[in-house]
Design a binder for this molecule. Sequence first.
Ligand code: CP
Length: 309
Amino acid sequence: MSGFRGRDILSIRELSRADIDLVLKTARKMVPIALGKKVSRALEGKILSTLFYEPSTRTRLSFESAMARLGGRVLGFSSAEGTSVQKGETLADTIRMVEAYSDAIVLRHPQEGAARLAAEFSEKPVINAGDGAGQHPTQTLLDLYTIWDEKGGFDGRHVALIGDLKYGRTVHSLTYALAELGATLAFVSPPTLEMPREIVEHVKERGLSFRMAHRLEEVIREADVLYVTRIQKERFPDPQEYEKVAGSYRIDTDVLREAKRDLIIMHPLPRVMEIAADVDRTKHASYFKQAFNGVPVRMALLDLILGGS
Ligand code: CP
């Protein structure tokens, strides 16, 4: 039996290399089921709650798809509007209720640390689907799956993370994971949106090779993976500060002339203006495949946690 059964997934830092390896290998086996080519009832009788206090398309729907593909059921909400949160119910009380209605809880919340708090009030597993500017561990697992699937591994691969490295929770989680897996990192951002100091310190302590830059041109030639992120408008305390950095980077086919032939471009999505539509037709574009990978990866995780296999 794996160490996943009944486990909370709150931060990617709590997963070992062996844990990550198991999720990736299990996810690969799930692909035919995720594509509807094979049928599984592994989670029949199980109920997943999805509590989304912030907007989502991919995370919520891919969890729903993952559960349905394994024969399980989903209940939940896609916004706190229309729930008793509007009457002032606390997160702790909501979690106590939902725990009684389901076998696991997926939570997205604007406050950093919300998923950890929820886990304190639930005996059932809690999966962090994004807590403010904190972490998004299941996104990281699907990002890792995409790199592993497309590039065959992590060690020595040059991964350039570009955009909003300050508020972007996906790049925080991904950096912690790639630091364990031996990738070579480049952090490209406007000066005001650099990777938080504690994460950079963590990378340094791991003894990894990395660089910080403000211009994409400084790293594009050596990158194997370009991980593009949206500037997180909703997290800026001052809208004028957002306006100063909006549109800082735009990947188009001109920029890609300098890139390696087998560079892959990833993006957690949604994109706004960071990647031009003409890039979608190039062999570099991996972001829609990456979004699909959310289904087999979340199937793997749910199956491991809820004991389907
Ligand atoms: N990548 C991601 O978290 O997308 P959503 O916000 O649509 O869930």
